[in-house]
Each structure stands twice: as C-alpha cells, then as structure tokens.
Design a protein around this ligand. Structure first.
Ligand SMILES: C[S@@+](CC[C@H](N)C(=O)[O-])C[C@H]1O[C@@H](n2cnc3c(N)ncnc32)[C@H](O)[C@@H]1O
Length: 285
C-alpha cells in the first residue's frame, strides 16, 4: 500500500455514528438495516436488521478462501466476519478513527490500510473488491477503473449501496449516492457487465426512521437542554458559545445543521421517493 500526499477527506459524521452505534445499539456496523414489513426500527433491533444485510452480502461472495478487498471497511466488522470464515482479507478506509477501531478488533489477522481507494496501490490481486455502502463516496470514474486494476482473473466487484433513483429532482434529500442511471452508464463506459442486481429499497427505507429519531429525539433535545443549562449556570459562557457559533460557522452551514437536526425531510417515505438501494455484482467484460 502507498498513500499519496493528498489528504483523505474526513467523514466525521460516520465516525460519530460508529461510536454512537457501538455504545447504544451494540453494533459495529455503519450500514443500513434490512427490515421485515412488521418490524419497528429501534436502536435495540437495528443490529438484527443489519445482520440481515450482511447475510445478503455474504451470499454474493465466492466460497472461502478467496481474496477480498474490503473497501471502506468502517470499524472492521466485515473484515472480521470474513477472516473468521476463512477468507484472505485486506481492508482500507480513509478515517483514522475507524482504522484505530479496526486494528483493535482485527489485530494482525487483517492488514488495515489508512487510505482512500483512489490513493491505494498494491501488488496483491483480489477475487472480490467489496463495497459495503462505501461505493457512493468515490466518484464513478475513479472507483470503477481503480478496482479493475486490483481484480484477479475471474474477479468480481460486489456493491451494496444506496443510489439516487431516476425521479430524484436534485437538491437536499435523505439518502444519497450516485444516480443509478449514471452508474449504469459508467458500467458500460468502463467495460463491466452487471451479473446480479437486487433492489432492496423497501427493506432499507425504515432505517431512516431510526436516523430521524437520533437527530430529532436525541441530538436536538440534548443541544437545546445543554444550551438552557449553560445559560442558567454560566450565562457568560453561553454568550461566548453563541458568539463563536455566529463568528466561526457560516450562515449556510448553520442552516444545514439546523435542518439536519429538525430532520423534516428525513423520512422513510422521502427515502423511497428519491433512492434505490441495490445489491450488485459486476464482472469485467
Ligand atoms: C457507511 S460506511 C460503511 C462501513 C462498512 N463497510 C459497513 O458496512 O459497516 C462508509 C465507509 O466508506 C469509507 N469511505 C469514505 N470515502 C472513501 C474513499 N474515498 N475510499 C475508501 N473508503 C471511503 C468511510 O470511511 C467508511 O468506512
């Protein structure tokens, strides 16, 4: 592995989720859950739904011992699962927080690289380049050619991720990812073929109810209560924090954070309107 000088983009929101989920939901996963029609999304049940996602992903892999590159491996939970099943695994993520968590979990069983996919180089070749909800973070014209060079003969790219559906009008909306039509065009452009493609959007959508709860029912009241407490006990500190908020955070960013905490637009219904969640296997043509 070598990482070029370009600094990795930070994804602190994912690092916060990694800590919150690990402590409050006893889950190491950072991806969506897949929910059955009668299940209610809650913190205690999220892991069960996420394990359903993992099972679906594992079903797309060739049998062990195959060589797997876990791209955007988060806290290392997938690499740990794969290594335990007898796969030969390497993992990468650009987050220092996640690398530290992953190295604690994995010890010397898996090599963990601190790098973006775009900057990753290796002599190794892999039977599977795996993107478990990490495909959306890398531009299509960077990810697809990059993994083509990392695949062994007969290798596959396995992707589980959120995409924007054809009807997405643009602007701020819950969910995310590449436009699915852009993805299909990039698959053609970079000489891949779609081998399998399963749409699990309705199973993934209830995860948004949980996300909404975290923002509206936990973070938002915590900030409001913390602010009132500070105002009452240390009015000068409250004044100072208020000033600093206005001086150092741009109006646009303040607006973005306020909307995020309000989470009006973060509903499962909105998710269904604008997104398509897929489990996909690609092979080079
Ligand atoms: C939603 S998390 C998914 C984590 C894990 N794969 C899972 O299923 O729980 C997205 C992951 O992609 C990583 N990521 C973001 N940008 C990346 C990039 N340019 N190259 C590689 N990984 C990236 C994040 O740091 C994080 O580990």
């Amino acid at each position: 592995m070598s990482a070029k000088a370009k600094p990795a983009r930070k994804h602190q929101d994912l690092d916060v989720f990694a800590r919150v989920f690990r402590v409050f939901a006893d889950t190491p996963w950072l991806h969506y859950g897949l929910w059955l029609p009668d299940e209610r999304p809650t913190m205690p049940t999220v892991r069960q739904a996420q394990e359903r996602y993992v099972d679906k992903l594992l079903a797309l892999l060739p049998p062990a011992p195959a060589r797997i590159l876990d791209i955007g491996g988060g806290t290392g939970a997938m690499s740990e699962r794969l290594a335990g099943m007898g796969y030969s695994v390497e993992m990468l993520t650009p987050s220092e927080v996640q690398v530290q968590m992953a190295r604690e979990t994995l010890g010397d069983r898996v090599t963990v690289h601190l790098t973006r996919l775009q900057d990753f180089t290796s002599e190794s070749r892999f039977d599977v380049c795996l993107f478990s909800e990490s495909f959306q973070y890398v531009p299509l014209d960077e990810s697809l050619p990059k993994v083509a060079g990392l695949l062994a003969d007969g290798g596959r790219v396995v992707i589980s991720d959120c995409f924007r559906s054809a009807g997405f009008p643009g602007g701020r909306a819950v969910g995310g990812g590449h436009r699915f039509t852009d993805f299909e065009a990039a698959v053609e452009r970079h000489n891949y073929q779609i081998v399998t493609d399963e749409d699990v959007t309705t199973m993934a959508a209830p995860t948004i109810a949980l996300d909404r709860q975290i923002y509206r029912e936990v973070l938002s009241p915590l900030i409001a209560d913390g602010g009132s407490m500070l105002k009452e006990r240390k009015p000068w500190a409250h004044w100072l924090v208020g000033r600093a908020w206005k001086w150092f955070v741009s109006p646009r960013e303040r607006q973005r954070i306020a909307e995020r905490l309000e989470a009006e637009y973060r509903t499962p219904e909105k998710f269904l309107e604008n997104n398509t969640y897929r489990f996909i296997t690609l092979k080079p043509r």
